[in-house]
Write a protein that binds this ligand. Structure first.
Ligand SMILES: Nc1ncnc2c1ncn2[C@@H]1O[C@H](COP(=O)(O)OP(=O)(O)OP(=O)(O)O)[C@@H](O)[C@H]1O
Ligand SMILES: [Mg+2]
Length: 457
């Protein structure tokens, strides 16, 4: 017998949708139209899970959550929040909610969230199947960020997700390129078909072609049977070409053809296969430079980058850092952890060369090593602590982390100019004063680096 669920939502149609979909999944569902009614139902039914809307007249979701947790701490609660209210969701998680769903949501999201919550209460085969899917579940709401730069990224993702356009995601290591690729897939009409990822840099050159396009038995020594390539595996879904900048030049025409004509030819095969695959690619190389140097085909670049998305480095959006810290603490069920002022200063001043990944790893380590829930400067790794001690947030000097393989001075100068403009709300006079250069010099630099004025925020 599948577990019992109580749904509480004042919106009649949404209530119906929830009820219907969860009944379809075989759960025993009952629904209430208000917090008060819902709690009565809860007392009667003893459900394993309560799903409640956050905003309701009378008793709201937070009050429902608290009452449920008080009476029955083991009952799971999932809350439903409006899109863009991650703060409220985080609050609710702190108060003991198991998870949250953001409106509007789709059926799969609901199904997966509920299955995840109930995975330990009813270990049916269906649950097991869902659990393996959960392993590679990533959806939009797990991308955290409220900086203008990330808002712009979210906006593009929302717009392009449900189109067929090829997307090229660029950004430093650990900025969330794969997360964006997965979000695009989950938010598209292809979400029920596979998301297949291949790392072009990790596969030896001579294997990459058959890895991508497949091969037929006997195509080369060792090809003892037919092999399905990643393209075909992604049929109907999305193929994520990670580190596409490393794709060997000799394979590029074949990829171009696959993108242009939507056909692939397995190695050694004679008949091309028609296919329906959406391609999302990512790279942390400067691919335009690779084009300029002739190691990446220009035509392929334009095919891949119909929609370019550049993920900003974490040090360029420091306001996201406290949010990410809170999020990762919540993710590791350490909601009570609190960062002291000096610790927070150091964390927001540090350069984060490994971006969000580095931050997440740091939090994880911190949570294991901590003696108390109050994190102070002393608890932080030395490199971060020193940063904070020598450069307090208010008067931080430039924090320059040059990659081992070298970095272009022009690129650095461009970044300095953009940062100065951003800091000064794109006011050129103020930005020029900030950089201690005349305004016309700033304008010259902006033209040189093709920096486009952003709307003032
Ligand atoms: N905005 C974000 N909100 C929450 N988590 C994030 C965000 N950005 C990145 N992460 C997390 O940081 C880690 C690194 O992200 P991801 O693997 O997508 O980076 P990447 O750009 O593909 O890195 P690389 O170039 O090294 O492959 C992942 O665990 C991801 O979930
Ligand atoms: Mg990646």
């Amino acid at each position: 017998m599948k577990p019992k669920i109580v749904i509480i939502d004042d919106d009649r149609s949404l209530r119906r949708v929830l009820e219907y979909n969860l009944q379809q999944e075989g759960y025993q569902v009952s629904a209430a139209a208000s917090g008060e009614e819902g709690l009565a139902l809860f007392a009667e039914e003893h459900p394993a899970l309560v799903i409640t809307d956050m905003k309701m007249p009378g008793m709201d979701g937070m009050q429902v959550l608290k009452a449920v947790k008080e009476q029955s701490p083991e009952t799971l609660v999932i809350i439903i929040t409006a899109f863009g209210t991650v703060d409220i969701a985080v609050e609710a998680m702190k108060a003991g909610a198991y998870d949250y769903i953001t409106k509007p949501f789709n059926r799969d999201e609901l199904r997966l969230t509920v299955a995840k919550a109930l995975q330990f209460t009813g270990l049916t085969t269906e649950n097991k199947r869902l659990r393996s899917q959960l392993a590679d579940r990533a959806d939009f709401r797990t991308m955290i960020g409220s900086s203008p730069a990330m808002e712009r990224v979210f906006e593009i993702v929302r717009k392009v997700a449900d189109t067929e356009a090829s997307v090229l995601i660029t950004g430093e290591s650990g900025t969330g390129k794969e997360l964006v690729a997965r979000s695009i897939h989950t938010m598209s009409g292809r979400k029920d078909a596979p998301f297949v990822a291949i790392n072009c840099a990790a596969i030896p050159r001579d294997l990459l072609e058959s890895e991508l396009f497949g091969h037929v038995k006997g195509a080369f020594t060792g090809a003892i049977k037919d092999k399905t390539g990643k393209f075909l595996m992604a049929e109907g879904g999305t193929l994520f070409l990670d580190e596409v900048g490393e794709l060997p030049l000799e394979l590029q025409p074949k990829l171009l053809r696959a993108l242009q004509e939507r056909v692939i030819e397995p190695v050694g095969g004679t008949t091309p296969n028609k296919l329906d695959v959406r391609v999302v690619a990512a790279t942390n190389l400067d691919i335009e430079q690779a084009v300029a140097h002739g190691v990446f085909r220009e035509d392929l670049y334009y095919r891949l980058a119909v929609i370019p998305i550049n993920l900003p480095a974490l040090r360029g959006r420091r306001e996201d850092i406290p949010l990410l810290l809170r999020y990762f603490c919540a993710k590791h069920s350490a909601d009570k952890v609190n960062f002291g002022k000096s610790a927070l200063d150091a964390l927001t001043t540090y350069a984060w060369p490994g971006n969000v990944r580095e931050l997440e790893n740091m939090v994880e380590r911190l949570l294991i090593m901590r003696d108390s829930d109050n994190i102070t400067l002393e608890d932080l790794p030395e490199k971060i602590r020193n940063r904070g001690a020598t450069a307090p947030a208010a008067s931080s000097g430039p924090v320059i982390n040059l990659p081992a393989e070298g970095y272009s001075l022009e690129q650095l100068e461009r970044e300095v100019v953009v940062t100065a403009l951003e800091r000064n709300q794109w006011n050129q006079t103020a930005a020029a004063r900030f950089l201690r250069i005349p305004r016309h010099t700033l304008i010259y630099r902006m033209e040189k680096y093709e920096i486009v004025m952003q709307e003032k925020s």
